[in-house]
Design a binder for this molecule. Sequence first.
Ligand SMILES: [Ca+2]
Ligand SMILES: [Ca+2]
Ligand SMILES: [Ca+2]
Ligand SMILES: [Ca+2]
Length: 746
Amino acid sequence: MNGRRLGLLILIVWALLAPAAAAQPADEPLVVNLPQPPSEPAFAPGRLLVKLEPGATLSVASDVRAQFDATLMQRSAATGAELWQVPAGRELEIAEALLARSDVAYAHPDWIVYALGPDLDDPAYALFQWNLPIINAPAAWDITTGGPVIIAVLDTGVALTHPDLQSELVSGYDFHNNDSNPSDDHGHGTHVAGIAAAATNNGIGIAGVSWGARIMPVKVLGATGQGSLSTVATGIEWAVDQGAQVLNMSLGASYNPARPQDYEYLQDALDYAHAQGAVSVAAMGNCFAGQSCSVTDLMAPAAMNHVIAVAATGPTDVRAAYSMVGDHCDLAAPGGDDSGGNVGDRVYSTYPSSNYAWMQGTSMATPHVAGAAALLFTVAPDLSPDMVRVLLQAAAVDKGALGRDPYYGSGRIDIAEALGKAELLIAPNDPRVDEQWALALANVPEAWAVEDALPIGATDVVTVAVLSTGVDATHPELGGRLLPGYDARPDADNPVDTIGRGTALAGIIAANSDNGVGLAGMAHAASVRVLPIRVTADSGAVRTDALIAGIAYASAQRAQIILIDGSGTISYHQDIENALANAHAQGALIVAGTGDSGAATVGYPASSPHVLAISATTWDDTLAPTSRYGTGVALAAPGGTTAGQTSGVLVLNTGGGYTTRASTAVAAAHVAGTAAMMLARQPAARPDMLLTTARLRMLLQAGARDLGAQGHDASYGAGRLDVERSLWLATHIEPQLVLPLVARNW
Ligand SMILES: [Ca+2]
Ligand SMILES: [Ca+2]
Ligand SMILES: [Ca+2]
Ligand SMILES: [Ca+2]
């Protein structure tokens, strides 16, 4: 990058993400006055619903109707109730006269029934705000309408006396002019603020996504919609210090991914916000037809770390053509799309001078996500910024190509789904459950809701053998969940874990939940027990002789599930193969990670035909770069990665502690935990539904969410583990229906 371009970059951050000099008509707001409340009557004109007393004859009815100039439109054979046509405007008067008669059981207007939705008195809500039902906001408001979470709107300011915003504001600042009056001299910031958190059900104007949220106006752009990177960074730090939990940045400067060092000033501020627990949300950027840009251009801060990057969709729930694309795209939300020629297909929101305006852009999409984040913080105040992102991603409606893609990210947001997920996730009282992104992604909280509703199953004890480094049996989170440990090395007898891998895997499957301590394990049924078997040398490396003995021991102990750690570090050995074949024949489901070198082949023994090979996904629901993959992958599951900005899975550690780990073995442990949940709840009264190994495998795959290439593929196998669906199938679906399910793409 040359100095000239760098200078431009440092100086200029644009609102609307388009240069003012090149402003396009499509980009200009259409300002309209306050809409009037709908004037329709609350009942259908010219109609009455009437029923006569049982004794009244049809001829009497006819006489009565004639008396009121009424005609019969419809009569219910079932109830005798009639729909009458009456002179419009006389409905109430006629109803009253009818009610005075002794031969009339009832008479009342044909009340208007409205589509599902809240009964808001904001007149524009039902008329213009297509953008709110499409993200399931009305259902979200049944859960919460939002507490006083502060959303900082880093923009051109906010119209401070706007009647639909005034009551929502907290003190802000104008960093562009360096004064304490952040009023909006442009319009963009006022529009953005209203989308996120306009005063709602207040009888005027629009509804916001988060009714209760507070708007902090942080003016970082001037009257032309232009500012500088340093001003944005200063605004971020100030807003976080003033208590903002959500930062809305519907702005951007062009970003050169080859030179991230040129943006470190802003990255520092974003990192600070992240460390303080604040969520940063930024617009992907716009490139309207005719502008000198490309939709593949990158914008800062959207393309930077610790930012949720938001693309725009229109009223048909399809990406708007102006919305920029890229691998960093996290989510899509309504930004408007008037390419069909209708201004109403833009987003309607507040505008200066107590007005309202139609605007479109990723700028408009972004505050939908900011409002959603504020609602999530209301339900679960201790969520980390990363967990806010994971919950929104996991709940998003997939669009475009399967799974995460550069156009929609993880999909278009569904706020009610995200709130429901958050509520279920934090239902157990384990304080760190809100860090367990792997559970959120694999729909484990939803599975708990299914599990809790099921009777205890047919199996007395479900034994999950964990062949790894042994276990820390004194870990308080494993109390009551372990069978006596076993050291499978022929020359040693010390099953105590000093490395942590085995303790971590055991905890994923069966750590105590809802015990007020630490994290939540997957399988809540008390019948699930982990059998820790040490197969590793002091170095942590798996020993072939110990693995052979360990598999045989697990099988002899009648373990229904065997989880093998260290796949890919072990060489093929005929005796291992024989032990696996024998355990499989005894009815054990054997699972192992594909290995962690990133190679395009499945490691051994996961590659054995007797083993279910599990690849690892990250918290953006894509294959972990460290995960091995290839022909033979059965299923993917969250395992994390330490590559890039993604991170590991919260697990138990030795010494009674906690840590994070990332591996395909971690992914495989989630599959083992799922199988344990399924076995523990298999219907006792249905021997034909008993879960054989083959049936378990089919149900795990049938329930999986397809990712990557359509259908089974080398990265994800049948798809990413979905614990809720597999558990539901195991306990509800008739056996003969399973095979067609496997063949079907969910
Ligand atoms: Ca309002
Ligand atoms: Ca997609
Ligand atoms: Ca716990
Ligand atoms: Ca696939």
